[in-house]
Design a protein around this ligand. Structure first.
Ligand SMILES: [Zn+2]
Length: 489
């Protein structure tokens, strides 16, 4: 049997080796033996009754795997989006994940595309961080959307299966915390109602679950609140979230599989939950076997609603298309900012996504005479979903408008670099300047007090008692903001 499996894997290897974007042929590759061990171990663990007042925060280590040349890594914004989904999926369980250290980038083609589980396990053995939930994002996790293995004690996930609408990561974490499939026993078999269920029993390697619940804690996944399910292939649910395929239990009773459970093979649009018993079993696994993951002293930080202030340009601004600056006040607890700009309101056709830790960005990719839609999001290592601004619009000036206004609107700073304790002159021509402010490299505002003297077409700024360094001078005008780099030496 092992030899046959090896041959199958070898065949697949030749089919998919050349492609970087590999569509998984199977949903989950967590083996039968792994799941059997989960059940055996779980049976020994005392049940833990969770105090739902306290959320358990567990450290998750993301390993972003690319090729030998350091290409084909999973997009960092995609990592935040996927983790946002995972924490939403786990929210009702009382378990949440956070990043205890930075994403680990690994450039190795034979791990990124590993048709063979042994290469994946080799990757895990060599790269796992101790006392973390190690998750590897790869192009090809042995032909699956994902898998968990006991030997590697880590999860491998296909970059094709972790979009914000997919639940593969939650499913594999379920395995990580000892949950088998709801259809456990049927892996590798294709249920057909023409064959009687008593005939199936010799092929199914657990006791087939029936509707009576009289022996449910010995059947399939051993949970009594996950109903019978014989479907070991990906299936879609109907409007009632159950399978279209009707199955017959050993006593001749009909049923349809519950599509809402993450541990079934229902499509992503159907699944949304773990059952209570599954939840309890995961908590018991954490308490008994994975206590090393718990961080009782961790202080989670979140970003508050409406935290964005002084975002510029203002909504509906009309601006030149070149060297556009977007700026905002630093948001408390934010680690990174995600800026998105698109041509359409639904943000489907994004022109540019920028992730930054500074509080401004500059873009130079727009064309004149167009309407654009943009938004900002602040995230951190606990708050992966973060806080998102509303959708802003901006219009770029048409080419004819630009010809008339560009030369007289130019803002300039002189001298730059400037000697310490000296003054600069900010010339703004016919622009209406609302205010001038100075920020250091950490985004902290430097108090200029009453050191700005305004004239009609320029302002004089005395830089007294400001240390040497690189600064950003923000000049707010009626049409937007200009940011100039200023060096004090
Ligand atoms: Zn699975």
């Amino acid at each position: 049997m092992i030899r046959i499996l090896f041959l199958v894997i070898l065949c697949c290897q030749f089919l998919i080796i050349s492609s970087q974007s590999i569509r998984p042929s199977e949903y989950c590759g967590t083996s039968k033996s792994c799941q059997k061990k989960m059940l055996e171990n779980a049976a020994l663990d005392p049940i833990v009754h969770q105090d739902h007042q306290t959320t358990i925060y567990l450290p998750l280590q993301v390993h972003n795997v690319g090729d030998d040349g350091g290409k084909y890594y999973f997009d960092i914004v995609g990592v935040y989006d996927a983790l946002c989904r995972v924490n939403k999926d786990f929210e009702p369980t009382g378990v949440q994940f956070f990043l205890e250290s930075e994403i680990n980038y690994i450039g190795k083609t034979s791990w990124n595309n590993h048709p063979d589980y042994s290469d994946g396990e080799d990757m895990m053995h060599q790269n796992n961080f101790s006392n973390r939930i190690n998750c590897y994002l790869v192009a090809n996790p042995a032909g699956n959307c994902g898998y968990y293995t006991y030997s590697g004690d880590a999860i491998a996930l296909s970059k094709n299966c972790i979009s914000p609408s997919q639940h593969t990561w939650a499913h594999e974490l379920g395995h990580y915390f000892s949950l088998p499939h709801t259809f456990f026993g049927w892996e590798g078999l294709t249920y057909d109602s023409k064959k009687t269920t008593s005939d199936w029993q010799k092929d199914v390697f657990t006791e087939i679950e029936d509707l009576s619940k009289s022996n449910c804690n010995q059947q399939a996944d051993n949970f009594c609140d996950t109903p019978p399910d014989y479907l070991s292939y990906r299936w879609n649910c109907n409007s009632r979230n159950v399978s279209g395929v009707t199955q017959t239990d050993i006593h001749g009773n009909y049923f349809n599989s519950d599509g809402t459970l993450f541990m079934s093979y229902s499509n992503d649009g159907c699944s949304s939950r773990f059952s209570n018993e599954q939840n309890q079993k995961m908590l018991s696994n954490i308490e008994n076997r994975r206590r090393y993951l718990t961080r009782p002293d961790v202080k989670p930080v979140f970003i508050e609603e409406d935290s964005f202030a002084n975002l510029l340009p203002l909504d509906s601004a009309i601006l030149p298309h070149k060297k556009l600056i977007f700026s905002w006040d630093s948001v408390e607890n934010a680690k990174q900012y995600i800026f998105k700009i698109a041509r359409s309101k639904n943000m489907k056709f994004e022109l540019q996504t920028i992730i930054t830790s500074t509080n401004f960005i500059s873009i130079d990719t727009l064309v004149p005479g167009r309407t654009y839609y943009w938004s900002m999001r602040a995230v951190n290592d606990f708050d992966f979903c973060g806080i998102q601004t509303k959708l802003f619009t901006l219009q770029t000036k048409s080419i004819t408008d630009l010809g008339q206004s560009q030369s007289i609107d130019e803002i300039s700073v002189y001298p730059n670099p400037v000697q310490i304790d000296q003054s600069i002159r900010v010339t703004f021509g016919k622009k209406l300047v609302e205010n001038i402010s100075l920020y250091n490299l950490s985004g902290i505002k430097v108090d200029l007090g009453n050191k700005i003297t305004r004239e009609e077409q320029f302002a004089k700024v005395q830089l007294v008692n400001i240390p040497k360094g690189i600064y950003f001078l923000h000049v707010n005008t009626s049409t937007g903001k200009t940011i100039k780099k200023l060096i004090i030496q």
